[in-house]
Design a protein around this ligand. Structure first.
Ligand SMILES: Cc1cc2nc3c(=O)[nH]c(=O)nc-3n(C[C@H](O)[C@H](O)[C@H](O)COP(=O)(O)OP(=O)(O)OC[C@H]3O[C@@H](n4cnc5c(N)ncnc54)[C@H](O)[C@@H]3O)c2cc1C
Ligand code: FES
Length: 492
């Protein structure tokens, strides 16, 4: 289903690339990172081209909750454990700069993106997480963040402990990103939609109808494409259910549950109606039962605590969590000739995306930046991410073996209307979906990235890869990387 944000905004469109060209910097991906980086590079006097495979601002960014905040749950303690207090301080400064950048760009360019100041609350419903909140507040205050303990949350239920951060923001992500793109686009900053990068080198990007050559290439594709930097092995995909429903008793701030199950809530008013935008417990993509349960539980929670109507939009969104908690921003290679990358935002990609744009601009402009070392995209910290690293890569290995060896139905007849299944047809694994009209759509079930078998997502009617999070439409078209090719159509 289309996200609420895409249906409440009609952004300007950009023509696809139709010839070869040359600029200072090519950016692959027109999301939060790609467009804010383009804005900063243009301001710095460089010529830029952005190639966006689909529509600007409607990838992961256009399906988020869109809190613009330095408050990231119990993140600062986690970072301090792995990178020391200096690491937590650098992360905090970077996030603060990312939030300020969004507010400054919105004001400077007059972008009407429903930017609103809010207080950000994180609450605990039991003791263990209450203690974590206390420790987080202590550290946050030490490194200059606006945190305090407060149980006056405005929520319609009691909490065990909560922290409040003032002067945080929320916005409409598509209005901001597409609005910024429309303001910066000109002869020195070219933006191309419906233009997928099929091939790349550190100085060129090839699309169906043209190649762009440049001094640098920025991969702002949420996760770098294909095998670049092997970031798919250092980040794991985190999928989350999102529900949008009209609400009669909107709470005044925005909220995050400190423990499990994950619960995030904000509101947005459009056309005189106020909606709750809620996110539930994360899961590995491509497991239909888990997806269904996650939506059911989130819907139940909303109905239990708030006066909400029927859900009007629901979708699954995915972001990447880095093994050691810190995003990867910078050069993909320590020995030159690399790409510029930004990934691993752990579902906090607006403040992090702004911070990444600042760092990418500074790297290209050969300017110093105090955050480089902590965010370094070539850092090797096996101990910091050790257990998680092993666990997630075991998950991938298990999938590859189990999915290929499990027994599967062997006939298209087994798939009813509105149903999907992985079939074994003449020895091939086939992902089959029969639509409501009874037409069958059959594509290869092997993800073109590295061969894992995809799994059905009944909410979005997509095939999602459990290994590194690539997503495909039911006709096989690639929607989200690291894969760049479609699932091959099966001739029946
Ligand atoms: C459920 C959920 C809720 C979230 N809520 C928040 C929140 O409240 N606050 C917050 O800070 N963060 C939030 N996030 C995280 C945030 O949305 C992301 O981290 C951020 O939007 C990532 O931006 P991006 O530019 O890296 O990726 P994207 O927005 O996905 O942009 C990448 C772009 O690259 C394009 N692309 C991909 N491949 C190619 C190719 N081959 N050629 C050309 N273009 C290509 C895509 O089409 C896409 O438009 C949330 C995440 C999730 C999953
Ligand atoms: S995304 Fe890597 S195998 Fe599918």
């Amino acid at each position: 289903m289309e996200s609420y944000w895409s249906t409440t905004c009609t952004p300007a469109t950009f023509e696809p690339l139709d010839s070869d060209m040359s600029v200072d910097v090519t950016i692959i991906g027109g999301g939060m990172v790609g467009i804010t980086t383009a804005a900063l590079l243009k301001e710095h006097g460089l010529t830029v081209a952005v190639v966006e495979a689909r529509r600007v601002g409607q990838g992961v960014s256009g399906k988020a909750t869109a809190k613009v905040t330095t408050q990231h749950g119990i993140k600062y303690r986690t970072i301090a454990e792995k990178f020391g207090e200096e690491g937590a301080r650098a992360y905090a400064h970077a996030q603060g700069a990312g939030v300020d950048l969004i507010c400054d760009l919105a004001r400077a360019h007059g972008i009407d993106c429903d930017l609103e100041e809010k207080a950000a609350f994180v609450y605990a419903t039991e003791g263990e997480h209450g203690n974590k909140i206390k420790a987080e507040v202590e550290l946050a205050r030490k490194i200059g963040l606006p945190a305090s303990l407060s149980q006056d949350t405005g929520l319609p239920f009691d909490v065990h402990q909560a922290m409040r951060w003032d002067r945080q923001y929320q916005f409409h992500p598509v209005k901001f990103i597409a609005g910024l793109a429309a303001r910066i686009a000109d002869e020195r900053c070219r933006i191309f939609e419906q233009t997928r990068a099929h091939n790349w080198s550190p100085t060129s990007v090839t699309t169906k109808n043209g190649t762009i050559t440049s001094k640098h290439v920025v991969m702002a594709t949420n996760l770098p494409l294909g095998q670049v930097g092997l970031y798919y092995a250092m980040n794991y995909p985190k999928a989350e259910p999102v529900i949008v429903a009209p609400i009669e008793n909107p709470p005044p701030h925005y909220y995050l549950h400190a423990g499990s199950p994950g619960r995030s809530l904000r509101t947005h008013t459009s056309g005189g109606r106020t909606f709750a935008i809620a996110v539930g417990e994360h899961f590995h993509p491509g497991h239909p039962e888990t997806i269904k349960n996650s939506f059911d539980e989130l819907s139940h929670w909303l109905e239990q605590h708030f006066d909400v109507g029927d859900a009007e939009h629901q979708w699954v969104n995915e972001d990447y969590s880095p093994m050691d908690g810190m995003p990867f921003v910078g050069w993909s290679s320590a020995i030159g000739n690399g790409y510029l990358v930004a990934t691993g935002f752990d579902a906090w990609g607006f403040s992090n995306g702004g911070a990444a744009a600042i760092m990418l601009r500074d790297l290209i402009a050969e300017q110093e930046n105090p955050w480089f070392d902590f965010f370094s995209a070539t850092r090797i910290k096996p101990l910091a991410g050790g257990k998680k690293f092993v666990h997630e890569n075991m998950h991938v290995a298990r999938h590859i073996v189990n999915d290929y060896t499990s027994s599967k139905p062997q006939s298209y007849e087994e798939v009813g209307s509105g149903e999907a299944a992985i079939l074994s047809i003449d020895g091939d694994d086939v992902a089959a979906f029969r639509d409501d009209d009874g037409s069958l759509h059959a594509v290869s079930a092997a993800c073109p990235h590295m061969g894992c078998l995809v799994g059905w997502n009944p909410t979005d009617r997509t095939w999602d890869c459990p290994c590194h999070g690539s997503r495909f439409g039911f006709r096989g078209e690639v929607l989200h990387g690291p894969a760049v090719e479609n699932l091959a159509e099966k001739v029946r």
